[in-house]
Design a protein around this ligand. Structure first.
Ligand code: TTP
Ligand code: MG
Length: 347
């Protein structure tokens, strides 16, 4: 039978990225439990950005409050996020990947898709070369997945972390993908997972057993069809090679929750200034300004305002942000506040 999708897509994901960068430049941290997050002080507010594999053995993971991580492993080293350095290393890695194949989708700070269909070598050899070059340039390891599409390649890169190479073909879907929990499929979040659980669907295989009509009536035509295909390892989406940011944002989590409206306006003005500066620096203008507020109990709300035309002017962003902010009731103290500009166009 002919392969449905003859592409060869490679997904690279760095191992414990922020932590690995720190361990690389500070050899004394290698082999030790290391937690990166917030200001690096586990007694202060903030969440874990990532943890070294040594720290993960204690149950520490991304998005966990630093305080909880500290309770799980008080002897771990805690460090602040040095985003500039990670972004610099990220650029080094991306430029290596771009040299291997110009058809690259830059997904995040530590991951990317490459279309290697046109490379006339066994894909595993390409994967080894990429690993070798990344290791030479940065000292870091990554994990690589290779498959006929993005959906499967991303699942594959996660299968043998750290330092793995995993190749999945269409014929492997039943044996290797169906046993996985549905959450492993891109686009299946906690809400869908919960709904599927209610339908006695826990694994991708369970999902693949559902008729298309069941999925479309439950999840709508578009998402229902997506789930039906995804459960079969089918994904035709092309690589988004010219990455353009759809939005730009800045947010702040307070050391202590803030109740004073004037103080919040001041922070908001500062965030608006930073976002506007970011837009100008990257050469974008945007139309919709959104303000996000997270209260002390983690309840989170947003208000948005769309301007008649795009802007990067600080004053306009600030005014719109103030207008949005005025719509919040502020019955509780505020833990986090953020400003986002979306609907971006390149200028
Ligand atoms: P991931 O690739 O999800 O994690 P990782 O590289 O640390 O570990 P793994 O080996 O499992 O891939 O994310 C890449 C970086 O993004 C991570 O090093 C830190 C950052 N990050 C956060 O800041 N917050 C988060 O919640 C997550 C998931 C990642
Ligand atoms: Mg990673």
């Amino acid at each position: 039978m002919a392969e449905r999708d003859s592409r060869r897509i490679l997904h690279v994901d760095m191992d414990a990225f922020f932590a690995a960068v720190e361990q690389q430049r500070r050899p004394e941290l290698r082999g030790k439990p290391l937690v990166i997050g917030g200001s690096g002080d586990p007694m202060k507010r903030g969440v874990v950005s990532t943890a070294s594999y040594e720290a993960r053995r204690f149950g520490i993971h991304s998005a966990m409050p630093l305080r909880v991580a500290w309770k799980l492993c008080p002897e771990a080293v805690f460090l602040p996020v040095d985003y500039r350095e990670y972004a610099r290393i990220s650029e080094v890695i991306k430029s290596i990947l771009r040299e291997v194949s110009a058809v690259m989708e830059d997904v995040g700070i530590d991951e990317a898709f490459l279309d290697i269909s046109a490379i006339d070598r066994p894909p595993e050899q390409t994967a080894r070369e990429i690993k070798e070059r990344i290791r030479e340039a940065s000292g870091l390891t990554c994990s690589i997945g290779i498959a006929p599409n993005k959906l499967l390649a991303k699942i594959a890169s996660d299968m043998e972390k750290p330092d793995g190479i995993t190749i999945i073909a269409e014929k492997d879907v039943a044996t290797r993908i169906w046993p996985l929990p549905v959450r492993k499929l891109r686009g299946v979040g906690p809400k869908t997972e919960e709904q599927l659980k209610g339908m006695e669907v826990e694994t991708v295989g369970d999902l693949a057993a559902l008729p298309l009509e069941t999925l479309t009536s439950r999840f709508g035509l578009s998402y229902g069809n997506y789930l039906f295909d995804a459960a079969r390892g089918i994904d035709d989406t092309p690589l988004a090679t010219q990455w353009e940011p759809k939005s730009m944002s800045r947010e702040t989590t307070f050391q202590h929750d803030v109740g004073n409206r004037q103080a919040l306006f001041k922070v908001l003005a500062e965030l608006a200034r930073e976002v506007a500066a970011g837009l100008k620096r990257e050469g974008y203008q945007g139309k919709t300004i959104t303000v996000k507020v997270r209260y002390s109990d983690f309840e989170t709300h947003t208000h948005a305002k769309t301007l008649p035309s795009v802007t990067w002017r600080e004053e306009e962003v600030r005014r719109a942000a103030f207008a949005c902010f005025s719509r919040f009731e502020l019955k509780k103290k505020v833990r986090l506040i953020g400003v986002r500009v979306s609907g971006l166009v390149k200028k």
